[in-house]
Write a protein that binds this ligand. Sequence first.
Ligand code: MN
Length: 467
Amino acid sequence: MTPTIGLEIHAELKTRTKMFCDSLNDPTEKHPNVNVCPVCLGHPGTLPVPNKTAIEDVIKVGLAIGGRVNEVAKFDRKNYFYPDLPKGYQISQYDKPLIEGGTLNGVRVRRVHLEEDTATLAHGDGSASLVDYNRAGMPLMELVTEPDLHGAEDTTAFARELQLILRYLGVSDADMEKGQMRIEANVSWDMGTKVELKNINSFKAVHDAIEYELKRQKAALESGEKLTQETRGWDEVKQKTFSQRSKEEAHDYRYFPEPDIPPFETAGFEPERLHAALPELPAQKRVRFAREYGLNEKQTEILVSDLATANYFEAAMSELKEDFPDAGALLLYNYLTSDLRGLMNQEGVSFADLKVTPEHLAHLAGLLEEKKLTTRQAKDMLVTMLATGDDPEDIATSGNIGVASNEDEIGAVVLAIIAENKAAVDDYKKGKMASLQFLIGKAMAKLKGSAQPAMLKELFERHLRIS
Ligand code: MN
C-alpha cells in the first residue's frame, strides 16, 4: 500500500488593495470592518475590477515553478451560502485558471489560480456570531497539486519550499500561524477513499496530522472497516484528527462565468517580462551559495531559508572580500548565524532595525582574520555594536581593545598564576590535562580576554616544563 497525498494551498497576496476594489488589503488591521466598501461588501449594482498586481503575482508564481500561463484566463462564480461570503458567491477561477502545470520538489502542480478571500467569523458565546469583512475580498492564490506526495515529510518539505518561493517573489508573507498560508491535504491509501485535512495552522501540525491520519486509515483498512469520504480537522491537544463534516453533504458550487469580468488575454500582463524579472529563486541560491562560499549543505540551507539573512550575508561577504580577498566565509557565517542572530533574538531586533551594518560585521571578521581581536573580545564587541551601531574598528581604537602581544607581560601573568595555583600545577604534572585549561582560564580572566588562547597555552606549557 502506498500513501497518496494531494495538496490545495491558499496564500494571501500582499498587494496594497483588495482583489476587486480599492479597499486596503491590510491583514494587520485590528479594528473590524474598516477596510470595506460597497464592492467587497457585495452591495447590489457594484462592479468588480481585477487587481493587476495580484494577477501578475500569480503569473510570477506560475513561472517560478515552470507552469504554463494560459493565453486566455477567466473568472467564475463559485456559489455557496455562508455568512463569510457577502455576495453569496466567491469570485474564483474554474476552467481557465491563470496557470496550468509546473513542478516543485518533483511534485506535479495541476494549477494555480486567483480568487478572493472570505470574511472572518467570530463565534462568541453561542448567542451570536460576528462578521469582520476586512479580509473579505483580499487576493488569494490557490495552488493545487497532483496526488504525488507520499508522506508527512515530503508534504511539509513541499509546503516549506512553496512558502520560500512566495517570500522570495515578495508576493506573500505566507505565515501559516497568521493564516496567510493555509494547507489542505487530501490523504488516502492507494488513491482510495479520500479524507481532506483542513484548518491546520502550522507546518508541524500538517506533519503530525498526516502521520496520524495515515495510521488511522491504515488500521481501519486492515480491520476491514469502511472509510468515509470526509473533512477532518486536527486537535492539537489530543494529537488526533477529528471528523468535521462528511462529503455527502458536499456543496454543488454551480460554477458559472463571472458576467461582470470578461475572459481576458494574459499577454497584456507581459509574462515574458515577468519571467525575465524573476529574482534568484531558493533552488538557484542553494547551488550558488555552495559553490561561491564553500559552505556545506546545512549551512547553505540556514542562509537560503531566510532571505534577509542570505542578503545580509552576501553584503557582508562582499565587504570582507574587498579587504581580505582570501578570507573564508565560515568565520563570517558563524558570527552572523550564531552570535549576531542569537543577540538579535535575545533583544528582539529584526534585520529591518538592526544597527550593525553588513560592513561593520565584515570589519569585525577582518579584525579577527588579522588576529587583532580575540574571540572573546569579538563577542563582547558585537554586543556593543548591536547597542551603538559603531564600527568595530572605532570601538577597538577608542576603547583600546586589542590582542595583547607583549610576550613578557603575558609571561609575567602566566608565572603569577603558576605561583598562585600549586595544586593545579601538581595535578597537571601528574597528567591531568584539565588542570592546564583551568590555569589558562585563570590567566585569561586576569588579562580580560585580550590574549590568544594558543599563545597562553604555549607559554604555560613552556613554563610548566621548567618550573
Ligand atoms: Mn479556494
